[in-house]
Design a protein around this ligand. Structure first.
Ligand code: ADP
Length: 305
């Protein structure tokens, strides 16, 4: 299986004509409740591709935990390593989307953020039987570092999605522990000081990441394509797949799922990135987060065109 370590949230999404002013009460066009959190989204996206996946993380013992658990189980995500914090609150995000497609998001990390070093041995059992692990930054950074150290000791391929970049920066250790780091444009700028907009700027940012120890840099530039680069030599640019994007939420999570699936099957980096870019592109053609993730058949069809 592929191992995913990360956040599990329930997302409350409201659609409004415009954002409310301070003190204002407004009715919304529509309200939905769904699974969210980058860990959960990545795990569901892997499962949608038909690859076995186990998620490690933590929820509370509240009613929302069951909502998230059911959604992940229905998608086929293994939940043996998802812990329950007694008395804890499951992570939640309050998302408002206006008619211009802009969003405002409030996140309460809850049980995602109360993972402690004592929990690491139990979480690390997700590595048994896996060769690839995916991590993001919606759980405490020191827990991510400890788990990546353990994964490295077990010779695993470690995919670090540095999202979001913590306010005090990404821990130094993660640059050297990452086999592949996959920042988007804003994360690349936060990590390197360079806003990537094309292959030359992405190459400069990748060189910065290599200098800090990253073995493979994969710079996601949304509708501008993806740049990939290996510290030991060789780089390339994958132009964007032509799709009609309606909702880019979780495109990066679906990208990561495709990358993990291909690296787990032994594919070289350039092929894995091309597959991942197809996954990300398809995810933008449908509204929603994890539920917008493509199947392997859909990815194969896009790659054939
Ligand atoms: P994130 O979701 O992490 O911010 P991106 O917005 O870069 O990351 O999206 C992830 C990947 O999804 C991109 O690198 C690209 O492969 C694909 N993608 C995103 N938006 C589009 C688009 N409008 N057209 C084609 N591909 C896209």
């Amino acid at each position: 299986h592929i191992a995913v370590i990360g956040s599990i949230n329930v997302d409350f999404v409201c659609r409004v004509a415009r954002f409310p002013h301070a003190g204002e009460t407004m009715h919304v066009h529509a309200a939905t409740t769904g699974l969210g959190g980058k860990g959960a989204n990545q795990a569901v996206a892997v499962a949608r591709l038909g690859t076995a996946v186990e998620l490690a993380g933590q929820m509370g013992d509240d009613a929302l935990a069951q909502v998230a658990r059911d959604a992940m189980a229905d998608a086929g995500v293994g939940l043996r390593f998802v812990r329950t914090e007694t008395g804890g609150q499951t992570g939640r995000a309050f998302i408002t989307v206006n008619d211009a497609g802009e969003n405002q998001i409030l996140v309460h990390g809850g049980a995602n953020m109360t993972l402690r070093p004592d929990d690491v041995p139990a979480l690390a059992r997700v590595f048994d039987g896996a060769r690839v692990v995916m991590v993001q930054m919606e759980i405490p950074p020191d827990i991510v570092v400890r788990l990546c150290e353990q994964a490295r000791a077990q010779d695993m391929t470690i995919i670090v999605d540095p999202a979001p970049v913590p306010p005090d920066g990404l821990p130094d250790a993660l640059f050297t522990l990452a086999t592949v780091m996959t920042p988007n444009e804003t994360e690349t700028q936060a990590l390197t000081g360079i806003l990537p907009t094309d292959a030359p700027t992405a190459r400069a940012a990748a060189a910065h990441l290599h200098g800090r120890g990253v073995a493979c840099a994969v710079i996601k530039m949304g509708a501008r394509g993806v740049f990939h680069s290996r510290r030991d030599g060789g780089d390339g640019f994958i132009p964007p797949f032509a799709v009609t994007a309606v909702d880019t939420v979780a495109a990066g999570d679906c990208f990561g799922a495709g990358l993990a699936r291909m690296l787990a099957s032994g594919a070289p980096l350039d092929q894995a990135v091309r597959y991942a870019a197809a996954c990300g592109a398809l995810a933008t053609t449908r509204p929603g987060a994890a539920e917008a993730a493509p199947t392997a058949e859909e990815v194969a069809a896009l790659l054939d065109t």
